[in-house]
Design a binder for this molecule. Structure first.
Ligand code: KIV
Length: 266
C-alpha cells in the first residue's frame, strides 16, 4: 500500500491543481473497494440515513450510528483520509461537538469530522480545531436544514446568498477548517470560493471549478431509489464490477472529465 493520504497530501494536491476524488462509504467491504480503486478521501456521510437506513432525510441519524459505520469503514481501508459526518443535533454547542467528534475519532477512527453550517458554526469549528480535531466545513445545500430550506434546492443563486456563502467560507477557514464541502451551488460561485480559499474545496453539484468532487456511493452506482440527482453520473453502466465503476469515477475526477457541463448548475 502506497503512502497514506493526509491533509498535507490534499493541500499539495490543491496547490498543484491535482483534483481530489472523494466518495462516501458506510461499511468495510465498500471501503476496501474504494481504497483499491484509488479514492483519495472516504466520507462516512450521514447520507447513510437515506441510502442505507431508508429514511427520507438525514435527520434521524445518531452519533452512535455514525460511530458504528465509521469504525466499519476504518477496518476496511488504511490509505484514504477518513472523514466522518457529525449528524443532526450532535454539534449544537462547542462542548457537545467536542464530545461527539471525540467519539468519532477515538471509537470510529475518523481522521476528520465534517459539520454542516456557516457563521453559526464558527465558534464550534474554532473550539474543535484548537483541540486537535480536524474539521471539514459544509456550505450550500445543507441536508440537515432541509425543513428550513423547504427542499433540496440549489443555494447561492441570488447575490445576497452567494455573498453569504463566500463570507462564511472565509470565516470557517479562518476558524481553522481544513477542508470545505460545497453542495449544490452555481458553478461560478463554487469556482470563486475555491480560488479564494487556501483549503481544498470539494464540490457536489458545484461544478468544475472545485479542487475535488464527492459523490454518494449509491448515486454513482445507480442504486439510489427514485430519480438520480442531476449532478451525479451512473458510473457502473459501462463497467463490469463495482470496483471498476469506482475506478472510472476516480479517473474521471482526476482527469477533469467529471463533472461535465450537464452536471453543473448555473
Ligand atoms: O452525507 C453525505 O454523504 C454528504 C455528501 C453529500 C457530501 O454530506
Amino acid at each position: 500500500m502506497k503512502n497514506k493520504i493526509t491533509l498535507s497530501t490534499l493541500e499539495r494536491m490543491k496547490e498543484s491543481g491535482e483534483k481530489i476524488a472523494v466518495l462516501t462509504a458506510y461499511d468495510a467491504g465498500f471501503a476496501r473497494l474504494a481504497e483499491s480503486a484509488g479514492v483519495d478521501v472516504i466520507l462516512v456521510g450521514d447520507s447513510l440515513g437515506m441510502v442505507v437506513q431508508g429514511h427520507d432525510s438525514t435527520l434521524p441519524v445518531t452519533v452512535e450510528e455514525m460511530v458504528y459505520h465509521t469504525a466499519m469503514v476504518n477496518r476496511g481501508c488504511s490509505k484514504p483520509l477518513l472523514v466522518a459526518d457529525m449528524p443532526f443535533m450532535s454539534h449544537g454547542t462547542p462542548r457537545q461537538a467536542l464530545d461527539n467528534a471525540g467519539r468519532l475519532m477515538k471509537e470510529g477512527g475518523a481522521h476528520m469530522v465534517k459539520l454542516e453550517g456557516g457563521h453559526a458554526q464558527v465558534e464550534t469549528v474554532r473550539h474543535l480545531t484548537a483541540r486537535a480535531v480536524p474539521v471539514c466545513a459544509h456550505l450550500g445545500l445543507l441536508p440537515q436544514s432541509i425543513h428550513q430550506l423547504g427542499g433540496y434546492k440549489v443555494q447561492g443563486r441570488d447575490s445576497h446568498s452567494a455573498e453569504r456563502i463566500l463570507n462564511d467560507a472565509h470565516e470557517l477557514q479562518q476558524a481553522g477548517a481544513q477542508m470545505l464541502v460545497l453542495e449544490c451551488v452555481p458553478e461560478l460561485l463554487a469556482r470563486e470560493v475555491s480560488l479564494a480559499l487556501d483549503i481544498p474545496v470539494i464540490g457536489i453539484g458545484a461544478g468544475r471549478g472545485c479542487d475535488g468532487q464527492v459523490l454518494v456511493l449509491h448515486d454513482m452506482l445507480g442504486i439510489t431509489p427514485g430519480k438520480a440527482p442531476s449532478f451525479s453520473r451512473n458510473f457502473i453502466e459501462k463497467e463490469n464490477s463495482i470496483e471498476d465503476a469506482i475506478r472510472a469515477y476516480v479517473e474521471a475526477v482526476h482527469n477533469g472529465e467529471f463533472p461535465a457541463e450537464e452536471h453543473c448548475f448555473k
